[in-house]
Ligand binder design. Structure first.
Ligand code: NCD
Length: 386
């Protein structure tokens, strides 16, 4: 999936897996002169420190993957069919992580206004997008309870609100309880829409940060075994990540009560793939083999209780005994918030990666914003930038 030639570091060796690529990242002879030049000759600086450490992947004939033109809106994980886009996002996310860790974030979004319009509750998605925009110099506007504090209470349609907000902002991050809301918004929006969750539909930026965490913790997802546990019918993060992992040829299993199995169309699509999918009602069936155990909570707000599931979802919970059976190099992910699917005593286990996963959301969303709002067009408020 991630095969490519060289990493722009001076070496032109063929890199066949991300693991090799990651091992190649610190090739001292390639970076050493650049770092010396950066430190000693400020006048000759061609790139930021972050780009010096994490060189941008360049395609033959292209300066960089121009996501701003190819992917104006981010609506579904299915849009990331081209592995070069994922490469570009992940390379940038590593640069962003370096920048955040060293206080070296580049203000590439100065003059931009990013609108956060959330009709549903959110902690991680809203605050990480907000931080991602501000760390790069953008100003952030919006409302976190748009269903109550916007003109929606006066009967304004989503479409009208988006048209209006698109006149103020350069991009709109939208979370809405209805399936397909982001696509409806994109159909009328004058600026890019980023789907931050549309009902029980999709959550594509969550899937990108989930995949980033898998790649950083384990390596190339090809042929890894990812076991999804919990609510697959209403859990939008599962839908989006399954799309991405399908493209990456990952083995997938789905552990849930029958009533919360994947929606029929996605189930059919995944079942027809070469690798098929494994389905079971018992976590014990996969716990010894899985490389990634992706826990989710039962989406109680989206249904009135489901047959075969306790109201607290406790049938699909990890226990220390189950975790003890997991492979040593495996990881536990969860989009969060958790209910009782993962008891706190598991947090200290080296395989528990869900807080790191949430942190990765910042870097991946910084990367996405920098690609969707490229500096070549400085935005409608550039002349008012401070
Ligand atoms: C998820 C969501 O909103 O779909 N949360 C998140 O964005 N990290 C998962 C959930 O609410 O269960």
């Amino acid at each position: 999936m991630f095969e490519r030639d060289g990493a722009g570091s001076g070496s032109r060796t063929r890199i066949t897996s991300l693991e090799n690529w990651n091992n190649n990242r610190y090739t001292i002879p390639a970076y050493f002169p650049k770092i010396l030049t950066y430190l000693l000759c400020p006048g000759k600086r061609e790139t930021s420190v972050a780009q010096t450490f994490y060189p941008r992947y360049t395609l033959p004939g292209f300066k960089e993957v121009r996501m701003g033109t190819e992917l104006q809106h981010v609506l579904s994980a299915d849009q990331f069919q081209d592995p070069r886009l994922i490469e570009e996002i992940f390379t940038r996310a590593r640069q962003m992580r370096f920048g955040v860790d060293h206080g070296l974030c580049e203000p590439v979004l100065v003059g931009r206004v990013v609108a956060m319009i959330f009709y549903e509750p959110s902690t991680r998605t809203r605050l990480s997008f907000d931080t991602a925009a501000q760390l790069q110099g953008a100003r952030v506007i919006g409302t976190e309870s748009a269903g109550h504090f916007s003109s929606a209470t006066k009967g304004e349609t989503l479409e009208d609100s988006i048209r209006v907000i698109g006149g103020y902002a350069d991009a709109i991050i939208l979370r809405h309880p209805e399936l397909g809301a982001a696509a409806r918004a994109a159909a009328v929006s004058p600026v890019p829409i980023i789907n931050a969750g549309d009902g029980n539909g999709e959550h594509p930026t969550q899937a990108l940060l989930d995949l980033f965490t898998i790649v950083e913790k384990i390596g190339d997802p090809k042929n890894l075994h990812v076991a999804f546990v919990g609510d697959h019918l209403y859990g939008r993060t599962v839908h989006s990540l399954a799309h991405l992992l399908d493209l990456a040829q990952t083995r997938m299993s789905f552990i849930s009560p029958r009533a919360l199995r994947l929606p029929q169309n996605l189930r059919t699509q995944l079942a027809m793939r070469r690798l098929g999918i494994f389905e079971s009602e018992h976590l014990q069936d996969v716990i010894d083999d899985a490389d990634v155990v992706y826990m989710t909570r039962v989406q109680k707000e989206r249904h009135q209780g489901v047959e075969g599931v306790s109201s607290d979802g406790s049938d699909y919970c990890l226990t220390p005994e189950l975790v003890a059976r997991m492979k040593p190099g495996s990881i536990i992910l969860h989009p969060l918030p958790r209910n009782n699917e993962i008891p706190v005593e598991i947090d200290g286990d080296p395989r528990a990666a869900y807080f790191l996963q949430a942190k990765n959301g910042l870097y991946v969303r910084m990367a996405l914003l920098s690609m969707i709002l490229p500096p070549r067009n400085r935005g409608k408020h550039a002349r008012h930038a401070t």
